[in-house]
Design a protein around this ligand. Structure first.
Ligand code: PGA
Length: 249
């Protein structure tokens, strides 16, 4: 069912000490957050177990930033979705643009990862979005359609409740530039239409926006009818900023 979500993508930042102090700050400040809003912490994978322990008395959930496209085996350095489930993750980011761009993840790899995540019973938080040159060439909607279709085309009809999608225009990630609320809303509506055409219960799928979300732009973005929350990078590392973004949802 469609939910309001704020997910903190810490990327490759922090340490055990950092995690401890940020989580304790969030627990205090978010203890009175609206029960309808789910806060997901997505730390570097080494800290997942520690975060699980730290949040055992809070209502947050935990995710992982990446898992392998394979089940198990001789894949040095990789972590499987099944292992992520085993240590208590509920969400897996799949196809983040940094994975696509820096680690060469193709649409096919992303699709295989989605399948592994679903097989493990976790929620796939699929990330999609166009680059600046694609937007300038008027191809943003086509790119988003292609990425959605490629990643989710072989989903069976029972799996849609285990999929969420984050629209993250690549040009907005970590740059301080954000899509306007109007453009972001238009793309989210387009995504719902594409999902509907693929047989998804489109109005039940949670769609998040990501890309330089900050306390001062969060409210306007989250007010849009098709934006159900956010995937937050830089601002999720600063307790006050993240708290204010969560409150804006
Ligand atoms: P940002 O990152 O908020 O720092 O732009 C968002 C993301 O990459 O998920």
């Amino acid at each position: 069912m469609r939910r309001k979500i704020v997910a903190a993508n810490w990327k490759m930042n922090g340490s055990g000490g950092f995690a401890k102090s940020l989580i304790s700050e969030l627990k205090v400040q978010l203890s009175v957050l609206d029960k309808d809003v789910e806060v997901v912490i997505i730390p570097p994978s080494l800290y997942v177990a520690e975060i699980r322990r730290l949040i055992s008395d809070a209502s947050f959930t935990v995710g992982i930033q990446n898992t392998a496209q394979w089940d198990q085996g001789a894949y040095t350095g990789e972590v499987s979705a099944k292992m992520a489930a085993d240590v208590g993750c509920e969400y897996v980011l799949v196809g983040h643009s940094e994975r696509r761009q820096l680690f060469g993840e193709s649409d096919q790899v992303v699709a295989d990862k989605v399948q592994q995540v679903l097989k493990s019973g976790l929620v796939a938080l699929l990330c999609i979005g166009e680059t600046l040159s694609e937007r300038q060439a008027g191809q943003a909607e086509d790119v988003v359609s292609r990425q959605l279709q490629a990643a989710l085309q072989s989903l069976d009809s029972n799996s849609w409740n285990k999929v969420m999608v984050a629209y993250e225009p690549v040009w907005a990630i970590g740059t301080g530039k954000t899509a306007t609320a109007k453009d972001a809303q238009a793309m989210h509506l387009h995504m719902r239409n594409v999902l509907g055409s693929m047989g998804a219960p489109a109005s039940d799928v949670s769609l998040l926006y990501g890309g330089s979300v900050k306390p001062d732009n969060a409210r306007e973005l989250f007010e849009q009818p098709d934006i159900d929350g956010g995937l937050i990078g830089g601002a999720s590392l600063i307790a006050d900023d993240f708290v204010n973004i969560c409150r804006a949802v």
